[in-house]
Design a protein around this ligand. Structure first.
Ligand SMILES: Cc1cc2nc3c(=O)[nH]c(=O)nc-3n(C[C@H](O)[C@H](O)[C@H](O)COP(=O)(O)O)c2cc1C
Length: 181
């Protein structure tokens, strides 16, 4: 899929077919995430790929709205490695969660380009996710990402939505040469 087509087609997917994800598609999605940029190229992301039904069931139970997680054939847990990059940007925010966010979006855009749907879920019980996988201190679960072929209800653009749905206009978010808001 061409880049702009993938950007426009990209939407959250919450209903998945039971059809498994072919290994080559999953590999392509993970390979894209690996190539993401990060501050000082530290790459403070880790991804746990969950295909085991029992593990998936536990992850779904750790999410208050876990139905898509239970139904998706693959669930990816994105984690941030805190000790890799403790510096802050302008004293406001650490860079490492931003790096992981970039990688998550690269992964999800690649999934869209492969004809897969995904969702970015931050609504999870951190301690439960830690316990399921034995995640140590200093490593932070950042997102739970169900992944699979979209069901007909959501394919190809989340029920027929267009890319502009719900998005602010360019005038609201882009300015040139000054801060006018
Ligand atoms: C950082 C981040 C966190 C999100 N967390 C959740 C979440 O916990 N649950 C959920 O259903 N969607 C979540 N989303 C999806 C957004 O709600 C969604 O991207 C937004 O409404 C735009 O819809 P679209 O992605 O289908 O175009 C999250 C998205 C981002 C970028």
């Amino acid at each position: 899929m061409e880049f702009h087509e993938a950007v426009r087609a990209h939407h959250g997917c919450t209903q998945f077919q039971t059809r498994p994800i072919p290994d080559d598609k999953l590999r392509a999605v993970l390979a894209a995430a690996r190539l993401s940029p990060s501050q000082n190229n530290i790459q403070p992301w880790r991804f746990i790929v969950v295909r085991d039904d029992e593990q998936k069931r536990k992850v779904a139970q750790a999410c208050p709205k876990g139905k898509p997680v239970a139904e998706a054939p693959v669930v990816i847990i994105a984690l941030a490695v805190e000790e890799d990059i403790p510096v802050t940007i302008a004293g406001y925010i650490s860079a490492y969660p931003l790096d992981v966010a970039v990688a998550i979006h690269t992964l999800r855009l690649a999934a869209t380009a492969e004809g897969l749907g995904s969702q970015w879920i931050v609504d999870f019980h951190e301690e439960k996710i830690r316990a399921i996988f034995g995640v140590p201190e200093g490593i932070h679960p950042i997102a739970v990402i169900p992944l699979g072929f979209p069901s007909e209800v959501t394919a190809p653009t989340n029920g027929g939505k267009t890319m502009d749905d719900g998005r602010k206009s360019q005038n609201e978010i882009i300015a040139y040469n000054e801060y006018p808001w």
